[in-house]
Design a protein around this ligand. Structure first.
Ligand code: SAH
Length: 214
């Protein structure tokens, strides 16, 4: 595809295509993807591919999720301004920034397992004005001190939904996660006062969640 070299124009074209193909629908999601400068989150050597709709390597064997996947996850969670959101797997911070555009950066909490990635994401998000709260740790444990959350999502695949995360969700809150090992499915869970309501959203491919499920 012709690359004009103008990140804003390329970003707009990428988002327009996602909308045309019906991959993202909610106005808040579309606006957020139109706003966050994805090229600022990818390594310099990958800048020219920042607005192609695919995952890219970000170092430490990890990847930045494809824009359509970030958009689909925001749509499925139906995030609203002011909601408290916990992200597991900060990576380069791109998805956290998109979430921050919707709910407000002060409402976003993110846990990353790899310290070097967390440090780089913290610096980058700060420079771009997204003052989200980051912590280095094992996302299986969530971040109890800021619970309960309205929404929790994982950007790495867990073998099963970690109990600690369900415990940190408020009643009425929803969780979205890739679940499985070799075969993964995107699964949403709504926490009701009388139990959990699960829904499956098809096959996906995310990096595996590290650490311990115990
Ligand atoms: N949201 C990111 C995608 C990151 S890829 C983005 O927009 O770029 C998934 C991330 O999950 C990786 O950074 C990986 O290090 C992290 N991860 C893996 N296991 C984890 C765990 N147990 N707790 C927290 N983060 C974890």
């Amino acid at each position: 595809m012709f690359d004009s070299g103008d990140p804003e124009a390329n970003r707009k074209r990428m988002v327009d295509r996602l909308v045309d193909r019906g991959r993202i629908e909610r106005e808040r999601t579309i606006e957020a993807l139109r706003t966050v400068p994805r090229h600022a989150f990818v390594p310099d050597s990958r800048r020219s591919a920042a607005y192609a709709d695919r995952p890219l390597p970000i170092g430490e064997g990890q990847t930045i999720s494809a824009p359509h996947m970030v958009g689909i996850m925001c749509d499925l969670l139906a995030l609203e301004p002011g909601e408290a959101v916990l992200e597991i797997g900060t990576g380069c911070g791109y998805h956290a920034a998109v979430t921050a555009e919707i709910v407000g950066a002060e409402n976003v909490y993110s846990v990353e397992y790899v310290e070097t990635l967390a440090r780089a994401a913290d610096e980058r998000l700060g420079e771009l004005g997204y003052d989200v709260s980051l912590r280095v740790g094992d996302g299986h444990e969530g971040w109890p001190s800021h619970a309960p959350y309205d929404a929790i999502y994982l950007t790495c695949a867990a073998a099963s939904v970690p109990d600690a995360l369900l415990a940190q969700l408020r009643i009425g809150g929803r969780l979205l996660a890739p679940i499985g090992e070799r075969r993964q499915e995107l699964v949403s869970v709504r926490k009701r006062d009388d139990g959990l309501e699960r829904e499956r959203h098809g096959g996906v491919r995310f990096v595996p969640m590290q650490g311990s499920a115990e």
